[in-house]
Ligand binder design. Structure first.
Ligand code: GLA
Length: 404
């Protein structure tokens, strides 16, 4: 199977081609040297992810099946004296941000909003009064449904924990990074899917997570039989803007409260009897949102069993059903995503294809027969056009921290 570097769309404005090929940690280190005229002492790197099954189930306490992918964000840093933390990114159009961690997120402006993720993690783990110089390089495009935000959170956490000599489990890193993303530095009401995938990823493995108990397991993804194709529509989405994501979450919580007679706002905690007796009387659109989440939890369990028993066709069917439910019940797709999904669903060699992540743009993920990748990409480009960034990738290792 060809690598993602060979499959990039060369002229994509938001594509993956711009700087890939040089390791992100090395790029972050080079950026640090040129920006701060000193060498960084620690680094962290963390991957993006694909959501294989379990769309909008995580904050409902449900199940997800996910994988870290071979596209990473790198962070290099050094603890400095004085109160000011300096943060620089290689992304064009961003100045070095000067942040006083003790002064909290109120100091963020429209220009420095982007570094809330990094500052939030530094603030979470650092002792009071600490300050850092930080440089960031990333191959994970933002707003693309591959979770650039989790990658930068978890990479920063991995670097700063190494610098502070603290050792905590990957799951504890994920939980802390989610708290930061939900908290005042960022303010996105997301679940645990993304940070978990980025922190706990493993080469060749999908990850099944119970978002209520935090129990999780690895599920082999046989790369010789099953390839992962990520198709970025380059339609950007945002989760922290109080838009569709937050309103879907409220609708799910309202449905759970109604179905349980006020006992719980988690759809996961609704019993089968409560669901079957009550679902038809839940008003729309909350009823459809709840139906999607209920069915999606079943699809994660079924799809995981299919994968475990080697039934790749059955696994793919769960992805197709998941996407149909997103389109019809959860209404978090958009025409570009639906067009790409529909083309791929009817392309030879594709076992299943669905929206990956929050929705309203970003990427679809397809699980494919790896020997057919060239013909799949050719058909997609001929039916849809060239406005896509396409990566053939595989399940990859999770976050790492290191002393330089
Ligand atoms: C985004 C969020 C996740 C999850 C997905 C949808 O990626 O960050 O927590 O809710 O959307 O499944």
């Amino acid at each position: 199977m060809r690598t993602h570097r060979e499959l990039q769309t060369p002229d994509s404005a938001l594509g993956y081609d711009i700087r890939m090929g040089i390791d992100v940690t090395l790029r972050a280190t080079q950026l640090f040297l040129s920006a701060f005229d000193a060498a960084p002492e620690y680094a962290g790197s963390a991957p993006g992810r694909v959501e294989l099954l379990g769309n909008h189930t995580d904050y409902n306490g449900g199940f997800v099946l996910t994988a870290a992918v071979d596209i990473r964000t790198g962070v290099s840093l050094r603890r400095v004296s004085g109160g000011m933390t300096r943060i620089i990114t290689e992304l064009p159009g961003h100045q070095t941000a000067h942040i006083n961690l003790s002064a909290g997120p109120a100091q963020l402006t429209a220009e420095t909003q982007w570094c809330g993720y990094v500052a939030g993690v530094l603030d979470y783990f650092s002792p009071p009064g600490a300050a850092w110089d930080v440089a960031i390089a990333s191959d994970v495009p933002d707003g693309s449904g591959i979770s650039s935000s989790a990658a930068v959170l978890v990479a920063t956490a991995s670097a700063v924990l190494t610098a502070l000599g603290k050792s905590i489990s990957p799951m504890e890193i994920a939980v802390a990074c989610r708290a930061v993303e939900n908290g005042p530095w960022v303010g996105a009401p997301v679940g645990l899917l993304d940070q978990f995938s980025s922190a706990c990823g493993e080469s060749g493995m999908a990850l099944f997570l119970d978002c209520k108990t935090f129990d999780w397991k690895r599920v082999p993804l046989h790369a010789d039989q099953l390839g992962i194709l990520i198709v970025n529509t380059n339609i950007k989405h945002a989760l922290a803007d109080g838009g569709g994501y937050a309103s879907r979450r409220k609708e799910c919580e309202a449905a759970a409260l109604q179905l349980s007679g006020g006992r719980t706002s988690l759809l996961r905690d609704i019993s089968l009897i409560e669901y079957s007796d009550g679902i038809e009387s839940v008003e729309q659109p909350a009823q459809n949102r709840a139906r999607h989440v209920w069915d999606e939890n079943g699809r994660v369990q079924l799809g995981t069993s299919c994968l475990e028993s080697g039934d790749i066709v059955g696994f793919g069917a769960q992805l197709n059903a998941s996407h149909a439910s997103c389109r019809l019940l959860f209404e978090n797709t958009c025409s570009e995503i639906d067009n790409v999904q529909a083309i791929l669903e009817h392309t030879d060699g594709v076992y299943g294809v669905k929206l990956s992540g929050g929705g309203w743009g970003g990427s679809v993920v397809a699980v494919i027969n790896p020997t057919t990748v060239d013909s799949i990409v050719t058909k997609l480009k001929s039916d849809y056009g060239d406005r896509l960034s396409i990566l053939a990738t595989s399940a990859s290792a999770g976050a790492q921290g290191m002393a330089l």
